[in-house]
Write a protein of this length. Structure first.
Length: 182
């Protein structure tokens, strides 16, 4: 979906998508409420009907475009899997959370991750949610991996592949991280 598809969304969704696109292009500080209102084609009152402030809008953007995948990831099921199945499950989930969202919304991955990492230092709530997710995933991996170091190494390889693919503008390839797959 691109910015031209806004007319198919309701006012709240338009505001969220417009803010997301503008935050990606100009950063949070470089985006004004007036710009969001203009791009979303809603009134200022319409925006404030859904979001009391720019900070609240920003939190909602982070929740929808970054944290939603974390909350949808079933940690209980993940924790019950053997290590090799966890590896496949996690790389598939990571693809859905980070890679697919950039394709679905026509977003440059580098800008997406720039906003993600900026938000880690900008939003305490966001940072805590990300830390909690990764701590839970790592704990589950450590429970099933041959060693704690194997779990940590796997997480480093996953994150490294995401970073590497972003730099080289390609789709992440997790197949070498899951050698049991054909």
């Amino acid at each position: 979906m691109n910015i031209d598809a806004l007319d198919k969304l309701d006012g709240k969704q338009r505001a969220l998508f417009a803010a997301f696109q503008l935050f990606l292009q100009h950063g949070v500080d470089g985006t004004s409420i007036d710009e969001v209102v203009k791009v979303a084609a809603i009134s200022r009152g319409g925006l404030y009907h859904h979001f009391a402030s720019k900070d609240e809008l920003y939190d909602a953007v982070l929740e929808l475009y970054f944290l939603r995948g974390y909350s949808e990831f079933d940690l209980a099921v993940f924790d019950s899997l053997p290590f090799e199945a966890q590896k496949t499950t996690l790389t598939s989930a990571i693809s859905s959370m980070f890679v697919d969202v950039t394709h679905r919304y026509g977003v440059d991955k580098a800008r997406y991750f720039a906003l993600y990492f900026d938000s880690l230092s900008r939003s305490e709530k966001f940072r805590r949610a990300v830390q909690k997710f990764y701590a839970n995933v790592l704990a589950a991996l450590e429970n099933s991996a041959p060693s704690k170091q194997d779990a940590i190494t796997f997480m480093r390889l996953v994150e490294g592949e995401i970073y590497f693919s972003t730099i080289y503008e390609r789709t992440p390839d997790f197949t070498s991280l899951n050698p049991s797959e054909d």
